[in-house]
Design a protein around this ligand. Sequence first.
Ligand code: BCO
Ligand code: ATP
Ligand code: AKG
Ligand code: FE2
Ligand code: MG
Length: 333
Amino acid sequence: MSRAAERLKIVLNHLDRSPLCVRNSSTSTQQVVYSQPHALRYTFDNDILSTEQRLSYEENGFLVIKGLVSEGDINRFRVAFERICRGEVKIPGLIVMRDVSIAKSEFIPDQKAISKLQDFQEETELFRYCALPQILKYVECFTGPNIMAMHTMLINKPPDTGKMTSRHPMHQDLHYFPFRPADRIVCSWTAMEKINRQNGCLVVLPGSHHGTLREHDYPEWEGGVNKMYHGIRDYNTNHPRVHLEMEKGDTVFFHPLLIHGSGMNQTQGFRKAISCHYASADCYYIDVSKTSQENIALEVKAIAEKKYGGGFITFEDTWAIRGRLVQGERTNM
Ligand SMILES: CCCC(=O)SCCNC(=O)CCNC(=O)[C@H](O)C(C)(C)COP(=O)(O)OP(=O)(O)OC[C@H]1O[C@@H](n2cnc3c(N)ncnc32)[C@H](O)[C@@H]1OP(=O)(O)O
Ligand SMILES: Nc1ncnc2c1ncn2[C@@H]1O[C@H](COP(=O)(O)OP(=O)(O)OP(=O)(O)O)[C@@H](O)[C@H]1O
Ligand SMILES: O=C(O)CCC(=O)C(=O)O
Ligand SMILES: [Fe+2]
Ligand SMILES: [Mg+2]
């Protein structure tokens, strides 16, 4: 444990961390107010995370929980994915993405042609992932009790074709989100098989969530870059990196300002992970025009207009339509 973490632990042990019970005057029901000692801004104490786990997330911006999702559930997600790849089901709103290196070649209805599913909130079997009780129990530590599933993905990182397009550039997920506060947003990302450096594991810069949202744009990669895969133009390449090697079912929770990416898939297999970005339903939308997020907002809007037509869809709308309540009350989002 680092010096800073040791200091935080001492502070924490001197604070009263028991949940406060207060009377809500308008409804006269009892509400648990999650105690959040001043020293800890990223997590709530609801008796799920150990002190070490809380301090680790506060310090590093991510937390890996081993074996969180069962083999049985992952196999079911895989079956649902394969049905979609074979074109057997049509799911409203689902985006089926192909790797840029094969985007212009003939379509074969097979998982080999698909690099990612996005927005599976209407696919019952895959969306079960977002509501798994053991996932939500951890998510609540970061978002609080009212939880929205905002963004869903199943990433099927293909074997690299030699153009290095299977890489995901280093980025902060908050770049894509027009809602705040950042600390009440978290990603859960579950390995659907053994994921290591060979097949392109996640790479994170621990502690980078303490920084601010950086400017993102397409990296200047010779072999091309996938649509919307923006990267931070000049992140500090001397910052320590951690390669997150994970087993099937292991899950990482990470902060939306954590700088992360993933490497090339140097194997012949399709590296699979399923993920969901959650936000507190108490979050609020912000106007990203004239901010560093304007470039991605314009791209998303252009795709939405091509898909649905008209000029009436705002960046905020594209999120409000996709968001689903998975716990508590839909208070604001
Ligand atoms: C925390 C959040 C982090 C992130 O979300 S990071 C990544 C975000 N990614 C996304 O949001 C996925 C975006 N992808 C999409 O919307 C669609 O897959 C995309 C790119 C519009 C393609 O839509 P389709 O319906 O498949 O249309 P299509 O096959 O007719 O292609 C239309 C034009 O797009 C091109 N395209 C397809 N896949 C691509 C790719 N991977 N990279 C770059 N360009 C790609 C395709 O060549 C075609 O171009 P053109 O119009 O013929 O010049
Ligand atoms: N030339 C580059 N410019 C910008 N980002 C890069 C570059 N090369 C790799 N990255 C990014 O760094 C992250 C890690 O990639 P990669 O796994 O190749 O790293 P690595 O440290 O070289 O690991 P390995 O040695 O296992 O290949 C990914 O997000 C990747 O997109
Ligand atoms: O699974 C991966 O390679 C990382 C994907 C990712 O970070 C993202 O889509 O935001
Ligand atoms: Fe990401
Ligand atoms: Mg490398």
